[in-house]
Design a protein around this ligand. Structure first.
Ligand code: SF4
Length: 474
């Protein structure tokens, strides 16, 4: 994919002016947000589960090498081929080699953000293979030559009308007078198309929500059943997963799945499928070959840093569903695979802080993301940590850096700070007395371009607080 995280400001501006996108995003509060609220309300022990989930992941990350080795031993014993991919390029090449060895012409895929991260589709297509996304949302963005705009709802930026238009443009072999005005009719049509692909596929590729060290299994959690058809009908099944997907036991996975489903869309996902090696004698279905490609791509380097907390992420999407910035600009504005608050934290680690520096700055710091995150990842703190690193690396505009230095000067000298605040407030109060607000202020153009800045009235907060503590009546 073309990475445009460096152009976040321009992307966001275009998104805000896109009426169709704004219509599509307006469904977020009544959709995914309301669904999570309802599902969470039916689980009284949800908060206790969050603590347990966080502890499971923290323990696993502290012993990641041991659990990955334990998983590999069990997976190989079950007949899996295990491949370690330090970089995205390694992962692409390993998967291309497996597909070519299988003489693959058609490759079906379940939804996998890791495959998006490594740019897998383009690599296989360049080698002459037909790659078909089988998750409905992924299929919709693929036929539009777009990328997913959400990690669990890839086509959330599209309206039903757009989907109908795309199907009529693309599925020209179907009757022109067919009715496609209802969502089930669109789903039926996609099913018709995709069933043929499942049957003819030579290789099926899926991601993995979890890898289980105790059993050597990979786990996918889906709602459409496309992942199961992808992995069981083709002769070769390839799983692509990143290192932090491993967890110790089946019981741990059960706990995390309870959190995942409710944080994403509903009480329980429709399909939760465990794969342990290829088809065995007596099995009625399943692949003859089962490969697992484990991607690092910069994650090991996070383990010894504060950003390791982001590796607890189970990709539920709750943080972006509740983020006012994501809700205003959608996922494509972030310019890389992972949008929203979790994207603002992990994208700089994957594509570099220079490319992704805008993302940790694109936050109101309202804290909703952290409050809904099932794994209790301190997302606002981690965004602040990236800002600190950006400043230390000499990033940011000259004006922003000068402003921060000036503020730091006063912040280190509380008495001078309070005096300057009192003087500034008094001066601004006098200057804005006639209108009660400013249409323009030096150094505040980003605010006054879009709305008036209210003129200060009365005392500073510190003055009011001092009087409150002294018991001054009001
Ligand atoms: S950071 Fe938390 S809320 Fe966001 S996707 Fe990951 S687990 Fe879900």
């Amino acid at each position: 994919m073309d990475i445009t995280a460096h152009a976040f400001k321009a992307n966001a501006k275009a998104a805000l002016g896109d009426a169709q996108l704004q219509r599509a995003l307006s469904g977020l509060p009544g959709g995914l947000v309301a669904q999570r609220t309802a599902a969470r309300a039916k689980l009284p022990e949800f908060e206790a589960l969050r603590d347990i989930g966080r502890d499971i992941k923290n323990h696993t990350l502290a012993n990641l090498d041991l659990y990955l080795e334990a998983w590999e031993t069990k997976a190989r014993a079950a007949g899996a081929h295990v491949h370690w991919a330090p970089t995205a390029a390694d992962a692409r090449q390993i998967i291309l080699d497996i597909c070519q060895a299988a003489n693959a012409r058609i490759v079906t895929k379940g939804k996998s953000m890791i495959s998006e991260e490594v740019g897998l589709n383009a690599h296989l297509q360049a080698a002459g293979m037909e790659v078909v996304e089988t998750d409905l949302g992924e299929y919709l963005v693929q036929i539009r030559k777009e990328t997913p705009s959400h990690i669990i709802a890839p086509a959330i930026h599209l309206t039903q009308d757009q989907v109908e238009q795309d199907f009529r443009r693309l599925h020209t072999h179907l009757p022109r007078d067919r009715v496609l005005s209802e969502a089930p009719q669109l789903v039926d049509e996609a099913r018709q198309i995709l069933r043929q692909k499942f049957i003819s596929a030579d290789v099926g590729i899926t991601g993995a929500n979890f890898l289980i060290a105790e059993t050597g299994s990979s786990v996918i959690v889906t709602n459409e059943g496309n992942g199961d058809l992808t992995q069981s009908l083709a002769k070769t099944h390839i799983v692509i997963a990143s290192i932090e997907k491993v967890v110790p036991t089946l019981e741990d996975v059960s706990t995390l799945i309870r959190l995942l489903a409710r944080s994403a869309t509903q009480e329980i996902s429709t399909y939760t499928t465990f794969s342990t090696g290829p088809r065995r004698p007596g099995d009625t279905d399943g692949p003859e070959n089962y490969h697992v490609v484990i991607l690092d791509n910069g994650r090991t380097a996070l383990l010894g840093t504060p950003f390791r907390e982001a590796l607890r992420c189970i990709r539920c999407g709750a943080c972006m569903n509740h983020c006012p910035v994501y809700g205003a600009v959608g996922g494509h504005a972030y310019g890389f695979v992972y949008p929203g608050p979790i994207g603002a934290v992990i994208n700089p680690a994957i594509i570099g802080l220079k490319e992704a520096a805008h993302l940790p700055n694109a936050s109101t710091f309202c804290g909703r993301c952290e409050s809904v995150c099932p794994m209790k990842i301190p997302l606002p703190k981690l965004m602040r940590d990236w800002r600190t690193l950006e400043f230390a690396d000499g990033g940011g505009t000259l004006a922003a850096r000068a402003g921060l230095k000036l503020w730091a000067y006063f912040a280190r000298r509380p008495r001078v700070y309070h005096m300057a605040a009192r003087l500034g407030i008094t001066a601004l109060g006098l200057a804005g007395r006639s209108r009660g607000a400013f249409r323009w202020l030096p150094l505040a153009g980003a605010w006054t371009r879009h709305r008036d800045m209210p003129a200060p009235q009365g005392q500073t907060f510190q003055q009011l607080w001092a009087e409150h503590k002294a018991g001054v009546p009001r």
